[in-house]
Design a protein. Structure first.
Length: 140
């Protein structure tokens, strides 16, 4: 947390103390105390700052994600997909293409639908995950 070095040769009983990052020398010039980084202006965090011992943590309001020190709205994983009927978000970054009732994914083009589906099981692949879903039962 801190270390001290002897003073100048003409004052050998004196010493100077220094503190680790995130701490400052207390008024007695011997102890170190935590710096409340969250009180800095401007704040080190874009939305919410929590002081910790020797540092701080940034948090974002609900509905935002902390990315590279900035609070951003999460990107809709279905935005820009070429699902023919419906896109369903899975987790925060992946998606599934859903077929209309009576339709099944076309092999080698799971974002397209066919009115003449192949025999079950129908494998359904996402574009981002190596995850297959069978219509009617789950494939692991």
């Amino acid at each position: 947390e801190h270390f001290c070095v002897p003073g100048f040769p003409d004052a050998p009983t004196n010493y100077t103390c220094m503190c680790a990052t995130g701490y400052r020398l207390a008024a007695d010039q011997h102890r170190c105390e935590d710096v409340d980084d969250c009180l800095q202006v401007p704040s080190p965090c874009p939305q919410s700052c929590v002081n910790t011992k020797g540092g701080f943590q940034c948090h974002c309001f609900p509905g935002f994600d902390l990315v590279d020190g900035e609070c951003v709205e999460p990107v809709d994983p279905c935005f820009g997909t070429d699902c023919e009927y419906q896109c369903q978000p899975v987790g925060g970054t992946d998606y599934l293409c859903i077929c209309a009732e009576g339709f099944a994914p076309i092999p080698h083009a799971p974002h397209r639908n066919s009115a003449n589906p192949p025999e079950p099981p129908y494998l359904y692949w996402t574009l981002l995950l190596p995850l297959a879903v069978c219509l009617g039962r789950t494939v692991m």
